[in-house]
Design a protein around this ligand. Structure first.
Ligand SMILES: [Zn+2]
Length: 133
């Protein structure tokens, strides 16, 4: 590579990943859909300023942004559903505690001796057994 070649490629700046030097000494544009191949860096850099290349580039950027948005949406949704199920779990625990249930140190539930229970009271031990916690 001559100094001039280096300068020309430097001019492409942060686009260094948008082309590849082939073993044949030619350059391939990786942004354009058909991966056009150019004989010299001069023609490559001319191509990179062309309307056709810029259109392909902006289309790629747009796709990338859409992909990013889609991913952010999915992350937000999954975070939301996790926190919802945690909150529900906590609320159910509080409901049992309010009803007079207490937890032993093994995570099991027992009735507070000082609290009167209805005979049809839901038993948290059975509930959690049935629901797999
Ligand atoms: Zn191109």
């Amino acid at each position: 590579m001559t100094v001039v070649d280096d300068l020309l490629l430097d001019a492409a700046g942060d686009q260094s990943s948008s082309y590849r030097k082939l073993s044949s000494g030619k350059y391939a544009c990786l942004l354009c859909p058909h991966t056009p191949v150019f004989d010299t860096p001069v023609i490559l850099s001319m191509h990179m300023k062309s309307r056709r290349h810029l259109a392909a580039e902006s289309r790629l950027k747009q796709n990338e942004e859409e992909r990013q948005n889609e991913m952010n949406k999915r992350i937000a949704l999954s975070l939301e559903s996790t926190s919802t199920s945690k909150t529900e779990c906590r609320e159910r625990e509080l409901k049992f505690i309010e009803a007079g249930w207490k937890r032993d140190c093994h995570g099991g539930w027992f009735r507070d001796e000082n609290v009167e229970f209805d005979s049809d009271e839901e038993d948290p031990n059975e509930y959690y057994l049935a629901n797999g916690k």
